[in-house]
Design a protein around this ligand. Structure first.
Ligand SMILES: CC(C)(COP(=O)(O)OP(=O)(O)OC[C@H]1O[C@@H](n2cnc3c(N)ncnc32)[C@H](O)[C@@H]1OP(=O)(O)O)[C@@H](O)C(=O)NCCC(=O)NCCS
Length: 329
């Protein structure tokens, strides 16, 4: 039996994003949760979250981001042979959203979903890097897409006000130099209850009093876990890439909370020159889309440039996490 071998290195070839059409300010959502603009800004940093129109689906968002990423990569859609869709808000148990997305793009690519919540994008990058370097795939489209607003209860004060709708996509292919460092990833299922769907589909089926499931979190526990347990993972990803924090130019953490981001910068020991992604202020927490969105924002604002080394880390429901150093496309 013969086996395939791929190129030594992979990199991100192009990036695309699609934000929900409307920026919803804090004032518009505070009434049912008895909150205030001041409290939300102070506790999370969020001023507005982007939300998609009711007739925009999570696949619509994914398709928009994907088309931009493919164009920026300088390839045609039929050169993509693998589609990975990271999402927790595709509203079907089966089939997955990735084959539907591939069909929209008109390609017969291998296609599968990743359910790793806010770590889904970094999980996808790790998978794509491995698939390319193993010779299993040539060009992998990784899309983090969420329409979180379909699964929020506007009266839930634990999480509803944080969440936004968006998609971020990249194409990953062969490279002459190392463009994606080793992925450091893992999980802690003992924290599965900390961020969860309010009821299982079986509970909904069996009890007519159980309302449509939405998202819920135990905020203080999640805050402690993310702020303190994720810094060693990030440091491990830097070391695995053979680097020290001084070599990092950009930090792009999952956009969960500005206070978590600031705490991570401190705990990891990132130097002052590092540009830090804070797209959360305007876009909210868009789960699997948040890291590519923050990357696009850093590039647009001139705070990062092509070729910069960026540390990215995703973490969330599961609990799951993944980090890697990448070269900005
Ligand atoms: C959600 C979060 C902002 C809540 O802040 P907190 O200080 O931990 O909140 P607590 O639940 O301990 O409550 C503290 C106070 O705020 C109030 N409060 C809680 N949620 C509120 C809200 N949405 N609006 C206004 N007040 C709120 C509580 O009633 C409590 O008031 P009290 O002191 O008068 O009793 C914070 O826990 C957090 O950011 N967690 C991480 C969440 C996250 O990033 N999740 C995504 C990870 S992928």
């Amino acid at each position: 039996m013969s086996i395939k071998r791929g190129p030594e290195f992979s990199r991100i070839l192009g990036l695309g994003v699609a934000r929900g059409e409307t920026a919803v300010p804090n004032e518009d959502i505070i009434e049912p949760i008895d909150s205030s603009d001041e409290w939300i800004r102070k506790m999370t940093g969020i001023a507005t979250r982007v939300r998609a129109n009711s007739d925009t689906s999570v696949i619509d968002l994914a398709e928009r981001a994907a088309l931009e990423a493919i164009a920026k990569a300088g390839i045609s859609a039929d050169e993509v042979d693998t589609v990975i869709l990271s999402t927790i808000t595709y509203p079907h148990m089966t089939p997955g959203g990735a084959p539907v997305l591939a069909d929209r793009l008109g390609i017969p690519a291998a296609a599968f979903d990743i359910s790793a919540a806010c770590a889904g994008y970094c999980y996808g990058i790790g998978q794509a890097d491995a698939l390319v370097r193993a010779g299993t795939a040539r060009n992998v489209l990784v899309v983090g897409a969420e329409k979180m607003s379909d699964f929020v209860d506007p009266a839930d004060r634990t999480i509803s006000y944080l969440l936004g709708d968006a998609a971020g996509a990249v194409v990953i292919g062969a490279s002459d130099t190392a463009g994606i460092g080793p992925t450091v990833w893992g999980s802690d299922g003992s924290g599965a209850k900390l961020i969860r769907q309010t009821a299982s589909w079986l509970e909904v089926r069996d009890n007519p009093d159980v309302p449509f499931p939405t998202l819920f979190q135990e905020g203080p526990s999640v805050f402690k876990w993310a702020s303190f347990k994720m810094a060693p993972i990030a440091r491990e990803a830097i070391a695995a890439a053979g680097l020290t924090p001084d070599a990092i130019s950009v930090f792009i953490p999952h956009q969960a909370n500005v206070r978590i981001i600031d705490q991570l910068v401190k705990q990891i020991g990132l130097p002052d020159h590092v540009a830090v992604g804070k797209d959360i202020v305007d876009s909210g927490n868009t789960s699997a889309a948040s890291i590519p969105l923050a990357t696009e924002r850093l590039l647009r604002d001139g705070d990062a440039k092509s070729g910069d080394l960026a540390l990215q880390i995703g973490f969330g429901a599961g609990l799951v996490y993944a980090a890697q150093v990448i070269e900005i496309p």
